[in-house]
Design a protein around this ligand. Structure first.
Ligand code: HEM
Length: 127
């Protein structure tokens, strides 16, 4: 069977929909709001670039910003276990909103769980 990269299975349009739905939730989340900029336009643009390559599509993020080094890029922000959970909840709700289902959603989400946990750099009681 021919292998299709997840990016192609999802589609560029659906990915953009997902990321925009995600940041609408981030903007309203009491634990996340304080560490994000008030205007999330640029954040969303970079996240779409990153997710495109994370899902096996063209390396849009690297082309514009260099090596992802995602954990290093997050060190200016206190990423607590509570905030990782909040981030993942916003993502799960965004996936519901745009209708991602089944095996594709499960695999993608589980990968994001691992990446989100890897970003944690601050204990909950230090925030
Ligand atoms: C940037 C928070 C997890 C990908 C950021 C920024 C914050 C943040 C505050 C800076 C936004 C800005 O200044 O525009 C968090 C929190 C997470 C988390 C609280 C919880 C674990 C993740 C995960 C990924 C990710 C799991 C990827 C799968 C990105 C990308 C950027 C970013 C691509 C833009 C980097 C850049 O400016 O070059 N994140 N993040 N983040 N985050 Fe996260």
């Amino acid at each position: 069977r021919k292998y299709t990269v997840p990016y192609e299975e999802l589609g560029a349009e659906k990915l953009a929909e997902l990321i925009h739905a995600f940041y609408r939730k981030v903007a309203k989340h009491p634990d996340l709001m304080p560490i994000f900029p008030p205007d999330l336009t640029e954040t969303a643009r970079k996240q779409i670039q990153f997710q495109t390559q994370y899902l096996g599509g063209p390396n849009l993020f690297t082309e514009e910003h260099g090596h992802p080094m995602m954990r290093a890029r997050h060190t200016p922000f206190p990423i607590t276990p509570k905030r990782a959970q909040a981030w993942l909840e916003c993502m799960a709700e965004a996936m519901d909103e745009v209708g991602l289902q089944g095996k594709f959603r499960e695999t993608y989400y589980q990968r994001l769980v691992l990446t989100a946990h890897h970003m944690i750099n601050t204990p909950d009681d230090d925030e």
